[in-house]
Ligand binder design. Structure first.
Ligand SMILES: Nc1ncnc2c1ncn2[C@@H]1O[C@H](COP(=O)(O)OP(=O)(O)OP(=O)(O)O)[C@@H](O)[C@H]1O
Ligand SMILES: [Mg+2]
Length: 378
């Protein structure tokens, strides 16, 4: 992965108009995707995820704002006409797209489906066939070249979809819920394939998903969308280290009730070396306090060990300032779970990108529930 931004959007806005009704599907999105990373976009149904990804290759024309991919300003290339001009078509051929329902042509063989974008690019017959077979080999379907889509499993169809998306040697692969029509095991194998392609080809992958597990499994970075806005974005490790991050809470749910009048509930996030030190027993011994562990989760994110733990200290927050300070001195991230919104104590030191009015409900986007995902999960 490099620090070079391969996709940048600034102030990206999309308003759908039908009759006298307006729906603001995107409301000023600034996205930054670095070259070679796997970037997850999550959010409830109607949050604007598909609209965003379709604006990244200008399948959907943004109402305002800019989209730059691999150094090219696509919005400038697009001009004003409705139809894509030659410049935009050429730029688009370097952006692959994978769909939830595969979008294969049933009358064509697997190989002919993969050749389709190359036909459009007027590549000659022999080169097309060579390239298609090479790509089918890459996705593990070399023996299915002459089969028809109806003869394939869902996972195999998606592999064809991925091979076809790679035909134009894209720098960027966009995936809109590529695994949500697949069973869990097939999902894992498709995610692994995307990860392998990312590593082998240096391919940048932007994927939309409803599932936190997808983010945990393969994403380097993630963005959370609500009501047409990106309310949090960053590396997964960085988000986990951000006080009050909603994505971090969703990635590592620890359970347990929040603080009330006579007890203080604290969420602790352990990174790297801190994950293996006995800080809880040190805390208990040093301050002679009884600590209850309400919940805990351990996982590996981006190859690094990360843990979260929810503990309870007797007494109100004011009485626990010293033990909490001790935990922070140990290099741990400590969030006080404070009733309804879970992070009142962190309201002014949260440095994520969430604007206070991020989740403005619109008629088409009813106010989201506490979880960014569960409501919208299909
Ligand atoms: N072609 C369209 N015309 C009018 N409104 C649209 C159109 N496409 C999307 N919308 C509206 O824009 C908003 C965002 O839709 P979008 O499809 O981007 O959401 P999403 O996050 O992908 O949802 P899901 O998880 O259900 O796929 C929704 O309110 C939707 O109704
Ligand atoms: Mg969608």
């Amino acid at each position: 992965m490099t620090e070079f931004p391969v996709i940048t959007t600034t102030g990206l806005t999309k308003v759908y108009r039908s009759g006298d009704r307006e729906v603001t599907a995107l409301d000023g999105v600034d996205l930054h995707v670095r070259e070679g990373e796997v970037y997850g976009v999550i959010g409830q149904s109607g949050a604007g995820k598909s609209t965003l990804i379709r604006c990244l290759n200008l399948l959907e024309r943004p109402t305002s704002g800019t989209v730059t991919v691999a150094g090219q300003d696509l919005t400038a290339l697009a001009g004003r006409g409705k139809r894509a001009n030659a410049g935009l078509r050429a730029a688009r051929s370097h952006i692959g797209m994978v769909f939830q329902h595969f979008n294969l042509l049933s009358s064509r063989t697997v190989q002919d489906n993969v050749e389709l974008p190359l036909e459009i690019l007027k590549v000659d017959r022999r080169e097309r066939a060579r390239k298609a077979r090479e790509l089918l080999d890459l996705v593990g379907l070399a023996d299915k070249a002459t089969a028809y889509p109806a003869q394939l499993s869902g996972g195999q169809k998606q592999r064809v979809g991925i091979a076809r998306a790679l035909a134009g040697d894209p720098k960027v692969l966009l995936s809109d819920e590529a695994t949500s029509a697949l069973d869990p095991e097939t999902t894992r194998s498709i995610l692994q394939l995307l990860r392998d392609l990312n590593r082998q080809l240096g391919l940048t992958v932007v994927l939309i998903t409803h599932e936190m597990d997808v983010v945990k499994t393969i994403c380097d970075s993630a963005a959370l969308m609500k009501g047409g806005r990106v309310v949090e974005q960053g590396t997964v490790a960085g988000l986990l280290a951000t006080p009050g991050s909603e994505l971090a809470r969703e990635l590592f749910p620890v359970g347990g009730e929040p603080s009330d009048g006579n007890r203080t509930v604290v969420d602790i996030t352990f990174h790297g070396a801190a994950a293996t030190r006995p800080v809880i027993s040190e805390l208990s011994r040093t301050y002679n306090v009884d600590i209850s562990i309400l919940g805990a989760a351990m996982d590996t994110v981006g190859g690094k060990q990360i843990g979260r733990m929810r503990i309870e200290l007797p007494g109100r927050f004011e009485e626990n300032v010293v033990p909490i300070g001790f935990l922070r001195e140990q290099g741990l991230q400590v969030d006080v779970a404070d009733g309804a919104d879970g992070d009142a104590e962190n309201a002014d030191n949260a440095d994520n990108t969430a604007p206070a009015d991020a989740a403005v409900p619109t008629p088409a986007n009813p106010a989201p529930a506490a979880s960014p995902l569960k409501e919208g999960a299909k």
